[in-house]
Design a protein around this ligand. Structure first.
Ligand SMILES: [Zn+2]
Length: 69
């Protein structure tokens, strides 16, 4: 995880996440393995291929780093 900002060297890092908005639903933003598989109902995503993204933000310069686990 990000401890010091690689851009400005600050150690003031806060954890967060990004919201994805869909059709009346909100999700934590995710990384999806592989290529997009578009179907008539939307994108087909296998559960095991979806990894929620955690973000770390530098409070000094605003740099964001993403981790998908
Ligand atoms: Zn920074």
């Amino acid at each position: 995880m990000m401890r010091d900002c690689p851009k400005c060297g600050s150690s003031q890092i806060e954890e967060g996440y990004q919201l994805d908005k869909g059709h009346g639903e909100t999700h934590v933003g995710a990384f999806i393995r592989g290529k997009p598989d578009k179907r008539w109902y939307g994108y087909k995503v296998a559960k095991q291929d979806r990894l929620e993204i955690t973000q770390y933000r530098c409070k000094r310069c605003g740099y964001l780093e993403n981790y998908a686990k």
